[in-house]
Design a protein around this ligand. Structure first.
Ligand SMILES: Cc1cc2nc3c(=O)[nH]c(=O)nc-3n(C[C@H](O)[C@H](O)[C@H](O)COP(=O)(O)OP(=O)(O)OC[C@H]3O[C@@H](n4cnc5c(N)ncnc54)[C@H](O)[C@@H]3O)c2cc1C
Length: 542
């Protein structure tokens, strides 16, 4: 099991060693066979008066369009203890084509195991994030999340194939069993830190990085309270364009639309969108991204989601922040024709392959021939006359990568972790350049983002020189197409000004909320791009 790095000595146990050490903790037990029958429940007519449990807070409210009636009676609405239907749960119809249940899970596992070569030689970095129908990896994660597949059963069936394989089998961390060890590694990390694992503030193992849109902290508990600060309206706009797949970068948009509609993404697809949102594009708090994944993933697993977001943001587990995923070069290497983008971003389906990842570069005559014009900010999906519209890129990627790498260097140089006194009291700002990326401006501005207690100013603080030298390596992801030191030379040629949103950040003014006119009165943040997606006029009030 993974041992978290020692706080006192800053000894970061080598991640890959820890994955390879997994089996050394002892033999992983074989699964216990599932029962063939279950006990007769006896009389299920429970006709005494029953109270429905309170429904507030309803954390699934966002997913409902009907009333939740599954708890109306103890034995369910039909008195038969049956698994409630989506309708009985009041949930919206599923948009994903992925199906659940133990029968489906065991059949999928059987098919994977029957393919000995695939199982024994599986190497995660060689599986294509652009593959769909079918995908390149097992897609068994939702089953493990919902309990329709036992992790031990998966592990042992794969391991038995490896043991008996005549050829050269792959090994952890890239092999199939290596993936399951990664899963356990994150569970172990979560278990050791408890609630604090899920946030940067107060987390002794998560680097403090002054991202845009930082979480708000409940000063009583020191825990995130579910809200965040809109330090610049522009970051808020980027966040919502990212969430709803209208960034103007087809690879990112295709992935986010796949996530929203199907609830699942290939691991390297998750890498691409997570890197883009955080240290390789928007410089937005990984906690915002983790929340979106939590909302939409059908395999959402708090430990794996949070741990992987920290990894991708270079906040924990991984530190090579100078390696960013290009939204152009990376997918091009896997899928030069852009089949993935054509499927998930159908307005671009007839674009020439040459422009599929950079449609803004296509001459207008080619755009017209492909039946889609590249313009605007995603608020319109069609022009008058029915010509489709795809947005211009929301920023110049090369520029943003440079800004992010510089900001990451600065944050690593300062070297704070989430439990540092200066993070806890908000005085961390003194250590960052006023004009740095993120809500850093104003050395004297102790209030605002990431501060629980706002008044305490510490003396003699230990800044624990950022451990730039930590020798972490992802191992599992060779990041094919990911950029080498300092980024690639791939100029994405964005011609317009960064943003192109009509919304400009106002330096020095924090804590503004975007008020959006949705036609139903003014609402905050969340609805911004809902409005955009519906083609409604969005007004930003200041
Ligand atoms: C930002 C981000 C968020 C993620 N959130 C989740 C999440 O909420 N739930 C989740 O199960 N996985 C998460 N992952 C890990 C990984 O992407 C998925 O487990 C994997 O893509 C699931 O597809 P699969 O079943 O085809 O995986 P396979 O490649 O077939 O791997 C087999 C199994 O190993 C486990 N596994 C594989 N890679 C990882 C990993 N890096 N971390 C943890 N477990 C792994 C999964 O249980 C998976 O089903 C996340 C990754 C990233 C980068």
């Amino acid at each position: 099991m993974y041992v978290f790095h020692d706080y006192e000595t800053d000894d970061c146990s080598h991640l890959i060693d820890s994955i390879q050490a997994g089996p050394k903790v002892g033999e992983i037990p074989r699964p216990i066979p599932a029962p063939l029958t279950i006990p007769d429940p006896g009389e299920t007519t429970l006709d005494f008066e029953q109270n429905q449990p309170p429904q507030e807070p309803d954390i699934n409210a966002i997913q409902r369009d009907g009333q939740e009636i599954s708890y109306a009676k103890l034995a369910g609405p039909n008195g038969d203890f049956a698994v409630p239907t989506m309708e009985e749960l009041g949930l919206k119809p599923a948009t994903t084509s992925h199906r659940g249940g133990e029968t489906v899970a065991l059949k999928a596992l059987d098919e994977i195991i029957a393919n000995e070569k695939y199982t024994a030689t599986f190497e995660k970095p060689k599986t294509a994030p652009t593959a769909f129908l079918p995908q390149a990896t097992t897609l068994l994660s939702p089953h493990m999340h919902f309990g329709s597949l036992s992790c031990r059963l998966f592990y042992w069936r794969a391991q038995d194939v490896v043991t008996n394989y005549a050829g050269k089998a792959s090994q952890p961390p890239t092999s199939l069993t290596g993936q399951l060890l990664f899963r356990d590694m994150y569970f172990g990390a979560q278990a050791s830190l408890g609630y604090k694992f899920g946030q940067a503030y107060g987390n002794s193992h998560c680097r403090f990085i002054p991202w845009h849109l930082p979480s708000q902290i409940d000063p009583q508990t020191g825990l995130i309270n579910g809200s965040y600060q809109t330090d610049t309206p522009l970051a808020e706009t980027w966040f919502h364009r990212w969430k709803y797949g209208i960034t103007g970068f087809p690879w990112i948009d295709g992935l986010m639309r796949q996530l929203r509609h199907e609830g699942w993404l290939h691991h390297l697809g998750r890498h691409a969108v997570a890197c883009f949102l955080t240290r390789g594009g928007c410089y937005i708090d990984w906690e915002r991204g983790a929340e979106v994944f939590e909302e939409w993933l059908i395999d959402h697993e708090a430990a794996c989601n949070i741990g992987n977001w920290q990894w991708l943001a270079c906040a924990a587990f991984f530190s090579q922040f100078f390696r960013c995923y290009s939204p152009i070069a990376f997918p091009k290497k896997w899928d030069p024709e852009g089949k993935f983008v054509r499927h998930y971003v159908p307005e671009l389906k007839d674009f020439p392959a040459k422009y599929i990842y950079e449609p803004w570069k296509a001459p207008v005559v080619d755009q017209k021939r492909a039946g889609c014009l590249v313009r605007g900010d995603g608020s319109t999906v069609a022009e008058e006359g029915g010509v489709k519209v795809y947005p211009r890129p929301m920023f110049d990627f090369d520029e943003r990568r440079t800004v992010c790498i510089k900001a990451m260097k600065s944050a690593y140089g300062v070297g704070l972790y989430g439990d540092h006194p200066k993070v806890l009291d908000g005085t961390w700002r003194e250590l960052f350049p006023d004009d740095g990326e993120g809500p850093t401006e104003g050395k004297n501005a102790i209030e605002a983002a990431m501060s629980g207690s706002k008044t305490r100013i510490m003396k003699d603080v230990d800044t624990r020189d950022g451990d730039m030298g930590v020798d972490e390596d992802e191992g599992e992801a060779a990041e094919r197409g990911g950029e080498g030191r300092g980024g690639d030379n791939d100029n994405n040629g964005v011609e317009d000004e960064a943003g192109d949103t009509g919304i400009k950040a106002r330096p020095g003014k924090r804590n503004r909320e975007i008020l959006v006119n949705t036609g139903k009165g003014k609402e905050k943040g969340q609805v911004t791009v809902d409005g955009l997606m519906k083609g409604k006029k969005v007004k930003v009030k200041r």
